[in-house]
Design a protein around this ligand. Structure first.
Ligand code: AMP
Ligand code: FE
Ligand code: FE
Ligand code: ZN
Length: 284
């Protein structure tokens, strides 16, 4: 059995490769299966799935939904979503609208900070897909306002930075309900970004999420320390949650991170996909 990568972005959201490109790249890298999990959109799925069929790589239709959470951020992955479900697009349009309202406000804030960028430049950087903060970061980098992609987030774009603008999100309940409605298996992405240090705090949150339909935790993730992995694994085992992993590969902007392997030794066995399929079949 081969290896997989269950968390990837394409140009449909803030990734750098098109869906076909990322599928072909995964094949070149010798992966057996990947999941395409763009933020708040399924626009890349049809192309990715058909490319996968063409070249013989299993592509799992997925999505990554941001949910309300404080102090950090909560992302929920939906695997095996029915990408032609009528409800799917209608609900995702609500999230697109939230972005369309937010993005010009980020431009305004940047302009007021003396950063001369236009919305057109950001749209161009997005290549026609959904616009997200990484596209702002790319423009800031291209125009030499910052030296690195990360500096753009740290100085301007991250939560709490001067050009940050929040956007309307689903609540955790809405996101989980939505994923379930469209046939998906819900997994908590990169729990380290929740910024919850206390084990019992995290445990309480997990219990609530499980009650609302959560089926798994993303255990293996490039930014997770060995201690994080051990902690999340223990919680998953305790509550019978699926364990998944992925690199969250977006393309070139994160130095040294590659599909499948992350920053080095990641090896995610295909059994993760089998477990997800079993969970999906149980809920059918
Ligand atoms: P958005 O969906 O427009 O709010 O942008 C969120 C995306 O920006 C994430 O999925 C990451 O790709 C990227 N991102 C968010 N926070 C950071 C950060 N602190 N450093 C680097 N990239 C980030
Ligand atoms: Fe992203
Ligand atoms: Fe995420
Ligand atoms: Zn992601």
């Amino acid at each position: 059995m081969g290896y997989v990568d269950l968390h990837l972005h394409t140009t449909a959201s803030d990734g750098v490769m098109s869906p076909s490109q990322i599928v072909r790249y995964a094949k070149v890298k010798g992966l057996q299966a990947i999941a395409i999990t763009d933020h708040d959109t399924i626009e890349g799925l049809d192309e990715g799935l058909s490319e996968g069929e063409k070249i013989g790589l299993e592509v799992i239709p997925g999505v990554e939904i941001s949910a309300e959470h404080s102090p950090g951020s909560m992302h929920l992955l939906g695997f095996f979503v029915d990408n032609h479900h009528p409800f799917l697009n209608e609900r995702l349009e609500y999230l697109q609208k939230a972005r369309i309202e937010r993005n010009p406000k980020i431009v305004e804030k940047l302009n007021r900070l003396g950063v001369q960028i236009t919305y057109e430049e950001v749209l161009k950087a997005s290549g026609g897909g959904q616009v997200g903060r990484p596209h702002f970061a790319q423009v800031l980098l291209d125009k030499k306002y910052v030296k690195t992609f990360q500096e753009a987030f740290d100085r301007f774009l991250k939560k709490g930075a001067p050009a940050y603008v929040d956007k309307i999100r689903f609540t955790e309940k809405e996101a989980l309900y939505f994923i379930k409605e469209v046939g998906g298996v819900a997994v908590l992405a990169h729990p380290n970004t929740l910024n919850m240090d206390g084990y019992s705090e995290l445990e309480d949150l997990l219990l609530q999420l499980i009650e609302d339909g959560l089926k798994g935790i993303e255990i293996y993730y490039p930014e997770h320390s060995a201690l994080d992995v051990a902690k999340y694994k223990a919680l998953a085992q305790r509550y019978g949650l699926l364990m998944t992993g992925g690199t969250d590969y977006h393309g070139i902007e994160k130095n040294g991170l590659d599909i499948g392997v992350g920053r080095g030794g990641m090896k995610l066995p295909y059994s993760m996909v089998e477990d997800l399929k079993a969970a999906r079949n149980r809920s059918l």
